[in-house]
Design a protein around this ligand. Structure first.
Ligand SMILES: CC(C)(COP(=O)(O)OP(=O)(O)OC[C@H]1O[C@@H](n2cnc3c(N)ncnc32)[C@H](O)[C@@H]1OP(=O)(O)O)[C@@H](O)C(=O)NCCC(=O)NCCS
Length: 163
């Protein structure tokens, strides 16, 4: 398998990001913003946008929130691959984790996933995320409050994995 290259996204990548959020079936599993909301986040130091590239081809994106936060906790706010189920997502996440742990003094990186999203859960496990428990009603999504499985990686675990 080729290496996944991780690069920071810019406003010119928004059409692709908007498209990735809106792929068939994604409305049930991942949040989406309009372009205005994305532009606000891109201009906000709290957020970092990353693209996954396989050669010259962009294969997905991720948004990190609470980048370099004083609390030393960051959130993978969103991730979507343009070609799911091909091994890109887990490798991309590992590289995004490397960026976060190498470039900030964060102690914990976490995310929330709908428990029934088995593909995402497996990708997160493969990237080193540890399931911690169900946060009840933690996501207001599509007009209702949905439970989320919280998964996280601590710096000690990332260190131990030899990254
Ligand atoms: C979640 C997501 C980013 C993961 O990226 P990916 O490239 O699909 O993940 P990978 O291919 O690296 O790994 C997928 C894992 O699920 C398994 N898998 C693949 N298709 C599957 C399916 N339809 N159902 C269940 N498991 C599946 C794979 O075997 C792999 O598990 P393994 O490593 O134990 O073999 C991507 O699927 C995606 O964008 N999904 C839609 C949006 C989404 O759910 N975002 C996350 C919201 S929390």
């Amino acid at each position: 398998m080729t290496d996944i290259l991780v690069v920071e996204a810019t406003e010119s990548d928004l059409p692709l990001i908007l498209r990735a959020e809106r792929l068939d079936g994604y409305d049930a599993v991942v949040g989406r913003w309009d372009e205005v909301r994305h532009r606000l986040a891109l201009a906000d130091k709290k957020y970092r946008y990353f693209l996954a590239k396989d050669g010259n081809e962009v294969v997905g994106f991720a948004i990190v929130r609470d980048w370099a936060s004083p609390d030393r906790v960051s959130l993978i706010k969103r991730i979507a691959m343009l070609k799911p189920g091909q091994g890109y997502g887990s490798r991309f996440l590992q590289s995004v984790l490397d960026r976060i742990f190498n470039e900030t003094d964060v102690h914990r990186v976490w995310l929330g996933v709908f428990p029934e999203n088995v593909r995402a859960r497996r990708a997160y496990l493969a990237a080193g995320f540890v399931p911690e428990g169900i946060a009840r009603g933690s996501a207001y999504f599509g007009g209702s409050y949905r439970d989320e499985l919280v998964m996280a990686v601590l710096r000690t675990e990332w260190d131990a994995a030899g990254s």
